[in-house]
Design a protein around this ligand. Structure first.
Ligand SMILES: [Zn+2]
Length: 263
């Protein structure tokens, strides 16, 4: 296995996944996308992830926890374990940049799924029941997230999609939601940081999908110039350049820039 590839097991589904690095093809996909959303995340994963057993896998059937885990693992593979999110000091007389950083591995370890007593699989695949409650539920998937993204009442729509029947008491609903959060913890969370200058506290919302897609897109920003340089100098075709691992493409282009500078 090459250094920039890895096999990992997803926390909720237990699916074993083989992950490779994005190439220029995915860099273009990210740069040319209109929105950094779940659909884009799925398009990226379809290109770089494979079920380790070699079978076709519908990535939109992953729970959101597994999808977010896979994205964080992808960025960990590309940029390392240390993740840095930027914020701005909220104090009106300060406004300095604040860096919130953490280890992806630690973050994921904090949100590992647990088990809930009384939860068992229902007859229908993917559906669960909790004790004697007269209700079936399933964990929200990437497909659900795509479906509710532009819905007028996304939370209600999610309940409609993931519960049968949906007319629960608020107490029952809360019990189910708590079970879901244990079985598939939400990886989109608020992060706290502190301004090193004035001591003010800041809180930012960390959404693994938005964050990793933006990070990859920022890294891809110079791809047009890189294609241009490599095509001009080596006479390589666009498709050959796009197929290169992104690090190698960037390295070659950087050499050419240096050559131009010293010429
Ligand atoms: Zn400050």
């Amino acid at each position: 296995m090459r250094r920039n590839e890895q096999t990992l097991r997803l926390p909720v589904s237990g699916l074993e996944v083989f992950l490779s690095q994005p190439t220029g093809v995915e860099d273009l996909l990210l740069l040319e996308a209109t929105n950094l959303d779940t659909q884009l995340a799925l398009a990226l994963l379809t290109a770089i992830a494979q079920a380790a057993d070699g079978k076709e896998f519908a990535w939109d059937m992953l729970s959101i926890t597994d999808l977010d885990t896979l994205l964080l693992r992808t960025r960990q593979l590309a940029f390392g374990d240390q993740l840095r999110a930027d914020a701005t000091c909220p104090a009106s007389n300060c406004g300095l940049p604040i860096e919130i950083s953490f280890q992806v591995s630690e973050y994921l370890a904090n949100y590992l799924p647990g088990s809930v007593p009384g939860v068992e699989a229902a007859e229908e695949s993917g559906w669960l029941r909790l004790g004697n409650m007269p209700v079936l539920f399933r964990l929200p998937t990437a497909a659900d997230q795509v479906a509710i993204a532009h819905h007028a009442h996304p939370e209600q729509e999610l309940i409609h999609r993931c519960l049968r029947p949906t007319n629960l008491t608020s107490e029952q609903l809360q019990q189910i939601e708590e079970a879901m959060e244990i079985l598939a913890p939400n990886l989109a969370q608020n992060l706290q940081g502190q301004c090193s200058e004035c001591g003010a506290m800041v809180e930012i919302f960390f959404d693994p999908q938005q964050f990793t897609l933006r990070e990859f897109r920022n890294q891809a920003a110079f791809i047009y110039e890189e294609i241009h340089l490599l095509a001009m100098y080596y006479q390589w075709s666009e498709s050959a350049i796009l197929a290169l691992p992104r690090q190698r493409r960037m390295q070659y282009a950087e050499r050419l820039r240096q050559t131009k500078r010293t010429a």
